[in-house]
Write a protein that binds this ligand. Structure first.
Ligand code: GCO
Length: 263
């Protein structure tokens, strides 16, 4: 066995929502393993700033501006990427949002928006990309960003939990439908990570901050870079017989029932 199993040279990865946070860290990890990087974002200013950050790290990433819930825009941009950069070998469905609103106060429209971006988006992206992978007989890798909320509920995150639970099952279905084309679909389930998305609940003294540190056997929040190993594994030949698996990177949260507050 050789470490070349994890080598991504010659491969091109598209990471959605990679202008910041976990998506950006994963893109940097895949680049370090040799992959060419294409990112997507929804906001011109953020996309430009992200491309500068990549180039400051010596990564020549290409950026495309589109909304993953807009099927026509997805089709157009995937065609452009294939022509202008290269056919995509690795898709990371990372773009996502969260709304923390008690269910009885949540508007149906707000619920739908979360489902649309976090669940329907990955369906649209994968559907169109996989068509090209099948036609090219190239095989490929799909990595869906799941969550603790693929397994657990929490007050105020009904739409997010419904979407991420759905994404876990969508991952298994993708794996089922596409394994015979040598396309592996798997998920990464991050625990609680220090990103902009969790900033409002991570501030010092916030009861949730203390709660998470106490609830996590590792005793801390994760750093985005700590997802890179899992992403490289699921993007590389090392995982060619891994299908429909959700790899939780959570400091042990799902391994334990937790402990009393005074322990
Ligand atoms: C929350 C958090 C989570 C995280 C993450 C956990 O409000 O509970 O924001 O939902 O974002 O997905 O795995």
């Amino acid at each position: 066995m050789s470490l070349s199993l994890f080598d991504l040279n010659g491969k091109t990865a598209l990471i959605t929502g990679a202008t910041h946070g976990l998506g950006m860290a994963i893109a940097k990890g895949l680049a370090a393993a040799g992959a060419g990087i294409v990112i997507n974002g929804r906001f011109p200013g953020k996309l430009e700033a992200a491309l500068k950050e990549f180039s400051a790290c010596g990564i020549s990433a290409t950026g495309y501006l589109f909304d993953v819930t807009d099927e026509k825009a997805v089709i157009d941009n995937l065609t452009r990427i294939e022509k202008e950069v290269a056919p995509i070998d690795i898709l990371v469905n990372n773009a996502g949002i969260i709304k923390r609103i008690p269910m009885v106060e949540m508007e149906v429209e707000e619920f739908r928006q979360v489902i649309d971006i976090d669940l329907v988006g990955p369906f649209i992206m994968a559907k169109h990309l996989v068509r090209s992978m099948i036609a090219r007989k190239s095989g490929g890798k799909i990595i869906n960003m799941c969550s603790m909320m693929s397994e657990l509920g929490r007050n105020t995150v009904s739409a997010y939990a419904a979407a991420k639970g759905g994404l876990k099952m969508l991952t298994r279905n993708m794996a089922t439908e596409w394994a015979s084309y040598n396309i592996q679909a798997n998920g990464i389930g991050p625990g609680y990570f220090a990103t902009a998305q969790t900033a409002p609940i991570r501030v010092d003294g916030h009861p949730f901050n203390e709660f998470i540190i106490h609830r996590t056997p590792a005793g801390r929040w994760g750093e985005p870079e700590e997802l890179q190993g899992a992403a490289i594994f699921l993007a590389s030949a090392a995982s060619d017989f891994v299908n429909g698996h959700i790899l939780y990177v959570d400091g042990g949260i799902l391994a334990t029932i937790g402990k009393p507050a005074n322990e």
